[in-house]
Ligand binder design. Structure first.
Ligand code: 13P
Length: 229
């Protein structure tokens, strides 16, 4: 299993340092084959070493240059960061990233050899139209994406399940992941209100290879409930 913590706009540099120190101590108990990723805010990036991978929640698809407010590969390289989240629904919907922009980022970071967690997900309005409409939407989020890239995985995060406490049902996750595996044969994470109370059920689903976690990743205790479940 893959366990990825997305801090979003939470934690400081200091609290991230404390978090990682505490987490690392307790990760000795995890299954050896499981992988843990942590995506802190950009200001908290550092060259941490341990049984986990630190990634960037976002970056601009350049080495360096005149892009006020952005960071490029040069800034990430300072901390040996070569893992990135691309296409998160918050960046698509709140920060206005179009599929074209998302695809451009994907192509750039692929070229750089980054490990990419590529996020897709549908709104409640689309989910209510049924699986066919959901799949049509999810497939459209692969437009311009090289799904043969060897160093990437997909995170399916239904927007209506993010931060709402309303997880997709086992049946919804099963059917969506089964259909997605036929479209892209890559590790497939589920995200959306994953927590201690539902991890066993979700992790037991055949085509769930991991989870991408927001709220429950913010404290080491609640994240470890997932990793060590
Ligand atoms: P929550 O776990 O808070 O629902 O967030 C999910 C998410 O968006 C992770 O990227």
């Amino acid at each position: 299993m893959i366990y990825a913590a997305n801090f979003k706009t939470n934690h400081t540099r200091k609290s991230t340092e404390n978090y990682i120190e505490d987490l690392q101590r307790k990760l000795v108990d995890k299954n050896e084959e499981d992988r843990v990723f942590i995506f802190p805010p950009l200001t908290a990036l550092d060259a941490y070493e341990g049984d986990f991978t630190i990634g960037a929640q976002n970056a601009y698809p350049v080495e360096s240059g005149a892009y006020t407010g952005e960071v490029g590969v040069e800034q990430l390289a300072e901390f040996n960061i070569n893992t990135i989240l691309i296409g998160h629904s918050e960046r698509r919907d709140i920060l206005g990233e179009s599929q074209e922009v998302v695809a451009k980022k994907f192509a750039f970071f692929k070229e750089q050899g980054f490990e990419i967690i590529y996020c897709i997900g549908e709104s409640l309005e689309i989910r209510e139209q049924g699986l066919e409409a959901v799949m049509e939407h999810l497939v459209s989020q692969f437009e311009g994406i090289d799904t043969t890239y060897e160093n990437f995985m997909v995170a399916y995060e239904p927007i209506w399940a993010i931060g709402t406490g309303r997880t997709a049902s086992v049946e919804e996750i099963t059917m969506t992941h089964d259909a997605l595996k036929k479209v892209v044969d890559k590790p497939l994470l589920y995200g959306g209100s994953v927590k201690g109370a539902n991890i066993a059920q979700i992790a037991a689903i055949d085509n769930v290879d991991g989870v991408l976690v927001g709220g429950a990743s913010l404290k080491t205790e609640t994240f470890l409930e997932l990793v060590l479940h």
